[in-house]
Design a protein around this ligand. Structure first.
Ligand SMILES: [Zn+2]
Length: 321
């Protein structure tokens, strides 16, 4: 029997599929990224996934592979490898990814929610490695998360645990995609942050020095995104800094409720906006510490995720190892 030395981790996203060959230490030995063809329906997406697997088995021996792990958006039934209604995927109601991928290989296949997969990656190889329990928050287009207890992901009895984005901080607040009001996602998700920045810039008095954000988008305010806000903030742009600090503070308040309920004291922040400057983390942590119940006050910590864009592939591969 050949020694099993690696696993394949697939990070399935609405725009791309990233497939990595990952060793037992969580190191990515090789990777490939292809268009996910999400608008063309499940058969096209599956074909793309199989293409990346076969590509890797052209370079690495299938007999030395432990199995294939997949991180996918949507609601996942882990036991059947079933993916239900992933947002931004056309004509996708319920698809068993394990069954579909099994046509290409006899190796074990595991499917897990993408936020959970990133949490697992940070737990095994990243910012959460030193901690037995933590809350992972993915802050990007939306706000999601995963709960790690005793080094394991907590899915909840129906697989839906960790929906941190839909913790409401104001019952009269803006309407969220989910129908609730004042969800944290409706304040700090990518679209909201960009929209709010646009409004603030438009309302600036003419005699104020112009924000660097306007330079970065060449005056086209529709091009604003959190990355641009972060870039301006790094160059000490006052408006950008205030917007990000406020977003951090609001996330801190949402975390108060979550940590009070689940009794976890460490938070790891991942996702695209987690690259925000240090003072955003400070704002988050001081909001959290100022309002959390007393027993947890001194011990709470907020950490930046360490694995960046690779967390999806590494976590997916970890499902197998
Ligand atoms: Zn919501």
């Amino acid at each position: 029997m050949p020694k099993k030395t690696f696993a394949i981790g697939i990070d399935l996203g609405g725009t791309s599929i990233k497939t990595g060959v990952v060793d037992k230490k969580g190191k990515i030995l090789d990777q490939i990224s292809v268009d996910s063809k999400a608008s063309k329906g499940p058969p096209s997406v599956i074909q793309q996934m199989i293409f990346t697997i076969q590509h890797m088995f052209g370079k690495y021996k299938e007999t030395e592979c432990m199995g294939i792990g997949i991180g996918s958006p949507g609601v996942i039934s882990v036991n059947e490898g079933l993916v239900k209604n992933p947002p931004n995927f056309a004509n996708w109601d319920e698809v068993s990814l394990s069954k579909a991928i099994r046509k290409a290989t006899d190796l074990p296949i595991f499917v897990e929610n993408d936020a959970n997969v990133a949490a697992i990656a940070e737990a095994n190889f990243g910012a959460g490695a030193e901690y037995k329990h933590f809350l992972y928050v993915i802050w990007g287009t939306g706000v999601g998360g995963g709960i790690i207890v005793d080094k394991k992901i907590y899915r909840g009895p129906y697989g839906g645990a960790g929906e941190i984005g839909h913790v409401s901080i104001d019952y009269n607040g803006p309407v969220c995609n989910c129908g609730n009001h004042g969800c944290i996602e409706a304040y700090i998700g990518q679209r909201y942050l960009s929209q709010r920045t646009k409004e603030i810039l438009k309302s600036q008095p003419k005699d104020m020095p112009p924000s660097k954000i306007i330079d970065f988008v060449d005056g086209n305010l529709d091009k604003i995104d959190p990355y641009i806000i972060s870039m301006a903030a790094e160059q000490d742009d006052r408006i950008a800094r205030e917007i990000l600090e406020e977003a951090g503070k609001l996330l801190g308040y949402a975390l108060v409720s979550v940590l009070n309920v689940i009794d976890v004291r460490v938070v790891v922040i991942g996702g695209g906006i987690s690259a925000a400057p240090h003072y955003v983390y400070k704002a988050m942590e001081s909001a959290l510490r100022s309002r959390i119940l007393k027993p947890n006050k001194a011990a709470v910590r907020i950490l930046r995720a360490q694995l960046g864009n690779s967390a999806g592939m590494i976590g997916a591969a970890s499902l197998v190892m």
